[in-house]
Design a protein around this ligand. Structure first.
Ligand code: UDP
Length: 141
C-alpha cells in the first residue's frame, strides 16, 4: 500500500478535554507519523473556507461556530494507507454509532462535538494539507 499523507484536526472539544496526547498515541500506535503539527485558533473565515464543501448543509453555521469556539490541534499524519487508517481510528461521524475503541467512541460527546477531523480521500487530503501547511512545513521522517 502507498505511503500517504492526511490532514487531521483535534477539534475544540477534545483540546478542552486535554486529550491531545491520548489521541496522538492512537496515531503513533497505529504506525502513523506526525510530520507537521500546530495549535491554532481558527478565524471564522478560515473555518468557512476549510468546510466550504458543506456550506449548503443545515449544520454549516453551527459547525463553523463550534470550530472557532477554542483552539484546535492540526497535524499531518504520514504512513501506509494513512487516509483510510486515520478514518478507521476516528470512527463514525456520530460517536453513538462509532465502533468501540475508536477516537470518537472514546472522546466525543455528539455529532457536532466529535473530537476529530480527518481527510476522506487523496484529493481532499492534498487540498487540506496545503490549506494549513503551505510550502515546506511538512517533514519527511
Ligand atoms: N456534522 C454535524 N452534523 C451532521 C453532520 C456533520 O455537525 O449532521 C459535522 C460534524 O462535526 C462532522 C462535520 O460536520 O465531523 C463534517 O461532516 P462529514 O459528513 O464530512 O463527517 P466526517 O468526515 O467529519 O466524519
Amino acid at each position: 500500500m502507498a505511503i500517504e499523507r492526511t490532514l487531521s484536526i483535534i477539534k475544540p472539544d477534545a483540546v478542552a478535554k486535554n486529550v491531545i496526547g491520548k489521541i496522538y498515541d492512537r496515531f503513533e500506535s497505529a504506525g502513523l507519523k506526525i510530520v507537521a503539527s500546530k495549535m491554532a485558533h481558527l478565524s471564522q473565515s478560515e473555518a468557512e473556507q476549510f468546510y466550504a464543501v458543506h456550506k449548503e448543509r443545515p449544520f454549516f453555521k453551527d459547525l463553523v461556530s463550534f470550530m472557532i469556539s477554542g483552539p484546535v490541534m492540526i497535524q499531518v499524519l504520514q504512513g501506509e494507507g494513512a487516509i483510510l487508517k486515520n478514518r478507521d481510528l476516528m470512527g463514525a461521524t456520530d460517536p453513538k454509532k462509532a465502533e468501540k475503541g475508536t477516537i470518537r467512541a472514546d472522546f466525543a460527546d455528539s455529532i457536532d462535538a466529535n473530537a476529530v477531523h480527518g481527510s476522506d480521500a487523496p484529493e481532499t487530503a492534498a487540498v487540506e494539507v496545503a490549506f494549513f501547511f503551505p510550502g515546506m512545513n511538512v517533514f519527511n521522517r
